[in-house]
Write a new protein. Structure first.
Length: 451
C-alpha cells in the first residue's frame, strides 16, 4: 500500500525557492495533503485529463466518502478534493492506487501534463497526441531524475491547433504530423524539430537539462531561470539530443497568445461515436454532476475547467446534453457562466480577502468578449493565460485590469459596492470591442470550437 504523508501546514514560500529540493516543494498532491481552512486538500494529477469511467467513479466516491463530496477541476486539468480529514491520506492513496491513478508514488506530483482535449476526436489537429501522452507519462514515472522536478513544472502536448501551446508550459510538444514534431523549451519562439517517435524522450531530456541549469538559481520553472540561463537552455537541449543520437533542428515558431478551449456542445466529427464538450461553472462539481458526467463515457478534463465526454452513442448525445444542461453545466454558447473563473477564495483559503466565488456568482450576466477571473489575493492562483479581465480583491477594494500576455492596462478599483463592481466587470469584459461576439461563437468550427 502506498504511504501517505500527513497534511502539511501552510507556510509562506518564495516562487524562486529551489525546485530540485523536495523538502521545499509544498505543492499538494495525492500523497502529500495540504491543510486549508476548510480541511485538508488533495490534488490528483491526471496527465492529459484522461479518465476512464471506473477511475472517475473512484474519484467521485472518494470525495463523497472522505471529503466534502465535491470535486474541483484545476487549470491543469487535474482534480482537487477538499474538506478531507488530515488523517485520511492512507485510505485515499489506497483507493487511488487501486484505480491506477498512482502509477508511481515518487512521481505523483510531477505528472503535470496538459494535452489538446479534442486531439483525435475532431480531425482538426495535425497529429493525435495520445501516443505521446502515454509515452511521456511512462518515461516520467521511470526516471529517477524527474523526481526533482517541482510540482509546478508543466508539460504540454499540443496536436498542432495551438490551444495548449498558449498556456505557457515549461516544455511543449507540438504535433506536425506522423513523422515529425516540435519541442518548445520555455516561452520563447525557438522550437526544436525532432522525429515524432523521439518527441517524448526529447521532452524528458529537456527537463533534465532544466534541472541542471536550475541548480543554485532557486528556479521552480523555466520562466524563473536567470535570463541568460533561460536563453541558453534550448542550445543545451540540442547538444544533449545530438549526443543521444536524436536528429534535431532549431527553428522559430511564435507561441500563440490566445488559448481557445473547445466550444461547448457537440464536438464536430465522429461517425460511430460522439463527444460532447461541457463547461463547469467555477470548476466545481457537485456529487450528482460528477456522477452524470462519469456515467456518460470516458472523460478528458480540460485546462479550462471543463470536460470532454467521449464514447457516446450518436443517438444518446442530444438527450445527454439536455441532462447536463439541466444539472447546471455549460453545454452551449450564451451561458452567463461562459468565461467566468475564480480561485477558491474565502472561506477555504486563509490568504483570501473575499469570498470571490460568491462575488463572481453575484456579478454573472451576459457573457462578454473576454473571460474574467476573480482572485482573493495577489497570488491569483489558477489564473488563465493570454487575454482576460483580472479581478483581484485587495485591502482597498477590487482591482480590475485588462491583462494581455505580460501586461495589464485599464486598471481601476471599485470599493465595497457589489452593483458597481458587477457593472465595472461587465464593461471591462466587453469594452474593448462592443460588437464582438463571445469566444464561444468566435472560434472556428474546425476547432470544435475558453483555470
Amino acid at each position: 500500500m502506498l504511504a501517505a504523508m500527513p497534511a502539511s501546514p501552510r507556510s509562506p514560500r518564495s516562487p524562486r525557492d529551489a525546485c530540485a529540493r523536495s523538502s521545499g516543494d509544498a505543492c499538494p498532491g495525492a500523497l502529500r495533503l495540504h491543510e486549508a481552512d476548510d480541511g485538508a486538500l488533495a490534488r490528483i494529477r491526471i496527465p492529459g485529463g484522461v479518465l476512464t469511467p471506473p477511475q472517475a467513479e473512484v474519484l467521485g466516491g472518494a470525495a463523497e466518502r472522505l471529503g466534502d463530496g465535491e470535486l474541483h477541476l484545476t487549470s491543469r486539468g487535474n482534480v482537487q478534493m477538499r474538506g478531507l480529514a488530515p488523517d485520511c491520506g492512507t485510505e485515499l492513496a489506497s483507493l487511488l492506487d487501486g484505480a491506477g491513478l498512482l502509477p508511481s508514488a515518487r512521481h505523483e506530483r510531477v505528472r503535470n501534463v496538459v494535452a489538446s482535449p479534442l486531439s483525435g476526436l475532431d480531425g482538426a489537429g495535425a497529429a493525435d497526441v495520445r501516443p505521446w501522452l502515454t509515452a511521456l507519462d511512462g518515461l516520467l514515472c521511470a526516471s529517477d531524475g524527474a523526481t526533482a522536478l517541482s510540482g509546478r513544472f508543466l508539460f504540454a502536448l499540443d496536436d498542432g491547433r495551438g490551444d495548449v501551446d498558449a498556456l505557457g508550459a515549461d516544455l511543449t510538444l507540438l504535433g506536425l504530423g506522423a513523422s515529425e514534431g516540435l519541442l518548445r523549451v520555455g516561452h520563447g519562439d525557438t522550437v526544436l524539430r525532432v522525429p515524432a517517435p523521439d518527441a517524448p524522450r526529447a521532452a524528458l531530456t529537456a527537463a533534465d537539462a532544466f534541472l541542471d541549469s536550475a541548480r543554485g538559481t532557486g528556479a521552480w520553472r523555466v520562466k524563473d531561470l536567470p535570463d541568460d540561463t533561460a536563453a541558453a537552455l534550448p542550445a543545451e537541449v540540442v547538444r544533449r539530443l545530438r549526443e543521444a543520437g536524436v536528429p534535431v533542428a532549431p527553428e522559430r515558431r511564435p507561441r500563440p497568445l490566445e488559448a481557445l478551449p473547445p466550444a461547448h456542445g457537440r464536438v464536430p466529427g465522429g461517425l460511430r461515436e460522439t463527444a460532447l464538450s461541457v463547461g463547469v461553472p467555477l470548476g466545481r462539481l457537485a456529487p450528482e454532476q460528477w456522477r452524470l458526467l462519469s456515467g456518460a463515457g470516458g472523460l478528458r478534463l480540460t485546462p479550462w475547467r471543463g470536460a470532454v465526454v467521449t464514447g457516446i452513442a450518436p443517438g444518446r448525445a442530444d438527450g445527454l446534453l439536455e441532462e447536463l444542461s439541466a444539472a447546471g453545466l455549460i453545454t452551449g454558447p450564451g451561458s452567463p457562466w461562459t468565461g467566468v473563473g475564480a480561485c477558491i477564495g474565502q472561506p477555504g483559503c486563509a490568504k483570501s480577502l473575499a469570498d470571490v466565488r460568491a462575488e463572481a456568482g453575484a456579478a454573472v450576466g451576459p457573457p462578454g468578449r473576454l473571460p474574467v477571473y476573480w482572485s482573493g489575493c495577489e497570488r491569483r492562483c489558477g489564473h488563465p493565460h493570454g487575454e482576460w479581465i483580472d479581478v483581484v480583491a485587495t485591502p482597498d477594494g477590487h482591482r480590475i485590469s485588462h491583462v494581455r500576455g505580460e501586461s495589464a492596462t485599464g486598471t481601476t478599483t471599485v470599493r465595497d459596492d457589489p452593483a458597481a463592481l458587477a457593472a465595472a466587470v461587465a464593461e471591462a469584459r466587453g469594452a474593448h470591442s462592443q460588437d464582438a461576439p463571445t469566444r464561444d461563437a468566435r472560434a472556428p468550427d474546425t476547432r470544435g470550437s475558453r483555470s
